[in-house]
Design a binder for this molecule. Sequence first.
Ligand code: SAM
Length: 442
Amino acid sequence: MRLLLGSELDDFLAALRLDRETSVRVNTKVEFELLSVLQDAGLEEVPWCMEGYYLRRRPQFTLDPLFHAGAYYVQEPSSMFLSEVVEQLLPQESVVLDLCAAPGGKTTLLSEYVGDKGLIVSNEVVRQRVFILSENVQKWGNGNVVVTHNQPRDFGDALENAFDCLLVDAPCSGEGMFRKDEGSIDEWSIRNVEMCAARQRDILRHAWPALKPGGLLIYSTCTYNRQENEDNAAFIRDELGADIVNIDYDSEWGIKETEAGLHFYPHLTRGEGFYICVLRKHDAPYTPFTAKQKKSSFKQTGNKEFIPLMRSWLQTPDKWHIRLNERFADAYPTKYQLFIDYLSQHFTCVSTGFGIGEVRGKFMAPQHSLSMLKDFRKEVFPCVPLTLEQAIDYLRSEALPLHNLPFGTLLLTYQDCPLGFAKNVGNHCNNLYPNEWRIRNK
Ligand code: SAM
């Protein structure tokens, strides 16, 4: 660190002893004024991300129903700089592969940025981490993300030239997390730095063919050393074939620029350690990836008569392709239907777009992730606004003592924001909140 920072070292070490910042990125699904827990904590804007806010005090997020409804995501401020990068460099109409994606901070940011125009394939290799990624994606509610559980080489092998942008937010030695996560101090060693740097090059090499010529590679880590950062950027530039792209930033933000990329240091910026570098893959003649060229043998099963009903649950049904299996129905952007069908056949897809319906006996019931979707037509189901206490009980999957309500499926809300469904069966209300997502601590 002395070699990197020289006379700034003492300031850097002093900053490591300070408390880390708490910050959130808010979702457009809820009126800003209704985010009372955040407002009460005291908000200050993160300068490089429009939706990012520092909180003066850290609230108990678990006890805020809106946290569980995806109204905001608790995200480290430095990593929100991705927002500035994509605003400057990435057309919204892009197909992006977020290769190392769990728990999903950057995926949800990208999903918000590309909106209706683009698509995000969000991948995680570690099985235990892929479910939290999928949960965070469902809660964010854009429906434009396919969550996969594959190896980087699977993308390079099967999806040559498929992506406009590849984000590799690489597993790293975590020097920038020392303040946030003490475990990362114990895990640090020179050997581990070398091991991480080699693994990062493997990841990059394997996934590289999936990026189109002329496409953008965004490479980031939460560590400071040159081996995992500048040296790997040089590897991408010289061995894989790319040019480093300039990123503009305000000099007041305290970012340090090197010959390859930008660094966030805690004594200069309000956030944890972070490194980011953007490279553009060399242009070359190529055959664009089109799913149509590959044989698509995807067959719908299940009762098609339910499709008009499910379409009626959506504000803009034409935007979505509904795919029926025997029991579950998923919906994903019509615009990318062939590509997503191809992914479903060749990749381990944990979620494709969002779950819309589930066959229950003779009926089609809405799936929870529909209630999280921004394009959901809330007025289709009778709405039951809950108090804070009722909302927490619901999110704990407890019994619901609700009375005098219409029969059938009900939409439960808190501060106007959907939390999920319940079913009034007459003498009681069944809590349909996904059991695996329930709040566990008391
Ligand atoms: N992008 C995430 C976000 O913003 O929430 C954080 C990603 S974290 C820095 C790196 C991720 O890479 C971890 O989820 C880890 O499980 C995954 N990973 C570990 N080994 C990997 C490998 N060999 N190839 C690809 N990803 C790997």
